[in-house]
Write a new protein. Structure first.
Length: 149
């Protein structure tokens, strides 16, 4: 083989290698473009679906709002009627429901107090800004007519 012919074969092989490399690059680029277009189409489809769902939800909310013919108003609290009791004798106002507990003060016979609760022979009462326990044996209910006076 002539040296010039050998040179031609090497050049042809180099050109062929570059052409193969260029073809691989072109095929890879086409695959990437097609793939990105598919992803974009899929994302666009999902976006449209979400927009449709949002629109349906908004329409449903609007419809529910239009259908609502009632108005929610805050609950009306009924006034709490205080129950009054009267001491039938001088009675000790105590910190706890026990004769052993500390005496806060002594309430004179005939004094009216607000009854908070009553349990186990003891009444929780409020008198003169203080709350404590008195023996239920030494109190009586004040009638409603008497309270108004």
């Amino acid at each position: 083989m002539k040296p010039s012919h050998r040179k031609d074969v090497i050049i042809a092989r180099i050109i062929f290698a570059f052409m193969c490399l260029a073809l691989v690059v072109i095929i890879t680029a086409v695959i990437m473009i097609v793939s990105s277009h598919r992803k974009a189409a899929k994302l666009e489809e999902e976006l449209q679906q979400l927009q449709e769902e949002t629109k349906q939800q908004e329409e449903q909310v609007d419809q529910n709002t239009e259908d609502s013919s009632y108005v929610v108003s805050p609950p009306v609290e009924e006034p709490v009627m205080e129950v009054y009791v009267r001491a039938t004798a001088n009675v000790n106002l105590r910190t706890e429901a026990s004769t052993e507990s500390e005496v806060i003060l002594t309430i004179e016979s005939g004094t009216e107090m607000v009854l908070v609760s009553e349990e186990n022979g003891w009444a929780l009462v409020s008198y003169d800004g203080q709350t404590g326990y008195v023996s239920a044996d030494f109190i009586e209910n004040v009638e409603a007519e008497e309270q108004a006076n």
